[in-house]
Design a protein around this ligand. Structure first.
Ligand SMILES: [Zn+2]
Length: 342
């Protein structure tokens, strides 16, 4: 198999704190022998588990980049048993452009796994994670949010997996993250996901959706910060969370069992959500109205919930197009579920 064109400027086996780059050659008009330089931090002390922490898989989601930049600058090797690999901006070209996909090749990194060593820039990044970083990891936390077009109640998530023991390990890690909501997802679109790559490699994998709208808030950053420390403590890479006492004590366990969770727009127009994120929804409830954006005097189209539960996600912009996901209603499995003590 062709070797990856990416070379790391860090030594994954060295003790201490190293800040460097994954260097990906990229020849283009402005730089004939240029490179995409993806920042990476490796913090290691002795033997122990490896936790791979990633943000910026999509370039317009900001809790991961903020909290992982902070962690990379502040975590010391003396506080670690094992290894922490931090990549705050996985799809670095997309992150710098503030867009979900890469401006170089329009690649959606989270639909590009397992990637290709001889593919596009985005496929080369996926291939490096697939063949070089995932094999190093025991735990993988990939921090997402809704980006510019979606907004979510803040949750950590795992997938329903064929291996029940692996799923249980993922669930324990999800509870250790301690988000206000914890989601078990039956993935409808799993091909190409980093999630799927990590899960198929047998890793303990947790992802998140921590808000959205193309920005981050004090609340969503706090949830991400506490979650990262909670997961590092759960993996026993940190002796104890460096932040004290404010991990959520309980979480609402949610489930997205099938396609009836999703409401998809069949019209272009002006979107009026009739429920807010976190609101209870009964099957048949009016969930949104789409107003005709081209004329007056036309009644809006009503969209009703296909199932009961809680409004977990919504389209963020005020205008909606045919095919956009307007809303996601998740099942409430249990309220007040204890998060794992660190
Ligand atoms: Zn994302």
């Amino acid at each position: 198999m062709r070797s990856s064109p990416i070379t790391p400027t860090v030594d994954f086996d060295a003790d201490g704190e190293q800040h460097g780059f994954l260097k990906l050659p990229h020849s283009h008009d402005a730089s004939a022998w240029g490179a995409v330089m993806i920042p990476i931090t490796v913090i290691r002390r002795g033997e122990g588990p490896t936790v791979l922490l990633t943000g910026g898989n999509h370039g317009d989601e900001y809790e991961g980049p903020i909290v992982l930049s902070e962690l990379a600058a502040t975590l010391r090797a003396r506080d670690v048993s094992g290894r922490v690999i931090v990549v705050p901006f996985m799809n670095y070209p997309a992150f710098r452009a503030g867009s979900r996909t890469s401006p170089i090749d329009r690649g959606n990194l989270n639909r590009s796994f397992p990637g290709r060593a001889d593919g596009s820039v985005t496929e080369k990044i996926a291939d490096y994670f697939q063949r070089h970083l995932l094999p190093l990891a025991d735990y993988v936390l990939d921090l997402h949010a809704g980006g510019r077009t979606l907004d979510f109640v803040p949750f950590a998530a795992i997938h329903v997996l064929p291996d029940a023991a692996q799923q249980a390990r993922c669930e324990a890690a999800m509870l250790a993250f301690g988000a206000p909501y914890s989601m078990r997802m039956l993935e409808m679109d799993s091909v190409g996901l980093f999630d799927t790559a990590a899960e198929e490699a047998g890793k303990v994998f947790v992802s998140t959706e921590l808000g959205g709208g193309g920005t981050a808030t004090v609340a969503s950053i706090g949830i991400a910060r506490r979650g990262v420390h909670g997961l590092l403590a759960h993996a026993r890479v940190l002796a104890a969370p460096m932040l004290h006492g404010d991990t959520a004590r309980s979480t609402v366990l949610l489930d997205m069992p099938d396609g009836r969770c999703y409401t998809t727009s069949e019209h272009d127009g002006l979107l009026e959500l009739c429920k807010d994120l976190g609101d209870a929804v009964d099957c048949g409830d009016l969930i949104a109205r789409v107003h005709d954006a081209t004329r007056t005097g036309v009644p809006p189209i009503a969209y009703r919930a296909h199932r009961s539960g809680l409004l977990a996600a919504r389209h963020f912009p005020g205008l909606v197009k045919m095919g956009d996901t307007i809303a996601v209603v998740a099942d409430i499995v249990a309220d007040g579920v204890a998060t794992a003590p660190p």
